[in-house]
Design a protein around this ligand. Structure first.
Ligand code: C2E
Ligand code: CA
Ligand code: CA
Ligand code: CA
Length: 284
């Protein structure tokens, strides 16, 4: 046992140290990212699956430290652990609301912003969101907050309660909420009925399933269809994520899914490209 313990320490310590060094330099860089203007918000279209029309955009964060690009899957967890998600999240809200105002005024296009559980549990989240609306002039109806079911519920009912209460307060100001990555976490369908949400973003895994063919896939497809039907019967708008092919878009439409998002319709792009897409749609 002693030898095994020694061996374990020898094998695992260096890797752990590298991992920690990586995290602490990320933290150090991230601490100055807002002030140094290294954060960029990109926008990906959410479309009507029947007409292809752009109905909304999702704000997706990119970090450009000197000479690099870091994706959110890498730095958002660090930002959450260190509390830096609070200033960063407030910055994203400000930026996204300001960028979206002309899109909403001229084209009725709403903006979705991702919110982490840490942000949503804090009592000042309501003020932070309302301040972003106020300073940008964007109406509450034009803003959707996206939150994963895990972030909302995984910590247990007691910790979930403030987050749910804050969503309910924000809803009084017209702001809508979306459950993100639906189907990957708790997947308890009954809670959908009880939460103050308006939109369900169905995880990309179901987009793949919807387009599968053959007899063995029949039951999996039925599950994807049942989720779409459940959303409709609860008056929740379903948005299929990660739609990459025409076959997937058609299969989802056949299941009755009203909205979709994914590389087929457009990648996350800088603000100016959304301007261009909306202007050309008006001219055509
Ligand atoms: P998410 O909210 O589920 O965002 C969708 C992710 O799917 C994005 O990754 C997007 O680029 C990617 N995606 C879109 N269409 C397709 C497709 O057709 N195929 C594939 N394979 N992928 C597609 P991204 O931008 O790397 O963001 C990753 C995650 O980071 C987001 O997942 C979200 O959880 C988080 N995140 C991004 N921005 C923010 C933010 O401002 N605040 C917070 N709290 N989290 C953020
Ligand atoms: Ca999202
Ligand atoms: Ca998602
Ligand atoms: Ca995701």
């Amino acid at each position: 046992a002693k030898a095994a313990g020694k061996n374990q320490a020898y094998v695992f310590t260096p890797r752990l140290r590298i991992e920690q060094a990586g995290r602490s330099s990320l933290t150090e860089g991230l601490r100055h990212a807002v002030a140094r203007d290294e954060l960029e918000v990109r926008y990906q279209p959410v479309v009507d699956l029947d007409s292809g029309e752009m109905l909304a955009v999702e704000a997706l964060l990119r970090w450009h430290p000197v000479g690099g690009l870091v994706m959110p899957d890498r730095f958002i967890p660090v930002a959450e652990d260190t509390g830096l998600i609070i200033p960063i999240g407030a910055h994203v809200l400000q930026r996204a609301c300001a960028d979206a105002r002309p899109w909403y005024e001229r084209h009725g296009v709403a903006v979705h912003v991702n919110i982490s559980g840490h942000q949503l549990r804090r009592p000042d989240v309501v003020d932070t969101v309302l301040e972003a609306l106020h300073s940008s002039g964007l109406p509450g109806e034009a803003l959707v907050l996206e939150i994963t079911e895990t972030a909302l519920l995984a910590t247990g009912r007691d910790e979930a309660a403030p987050a749910i209460a804050h969503l309910a307060t924000l809803r009084e100001h017209g702001i809508r909420a979306a459950i993100d990555d639906f189907g990957t976490g708790y997947s308890s369908l009954s809670y959908l009925r009880d939460l103050p949400v308006d939109i369900v973003k169905i995880d990309g895994a179901f987009t793949r399933i919807a387009a599968e063919t053959g007899e063995e896939a029949r039951r999996r497809r039925a599950l994807a269809g049942a989720i779409v039907d459940l959303c409709a019967s609860l008056d929740l708008t379903a948005v299929a994520e990660q739609v990459e092919t025409q076959e997937e878009a058609e299969a989802l439409r056949a299941l009755g899914c009203p909205q979709g998002q994914g590389y087929l319709f457009g990648r996350p792009v800088p603000r100016e490209e959304i301007d261009g897409l909306l202007d050309s749609a008006t001219v055509a």
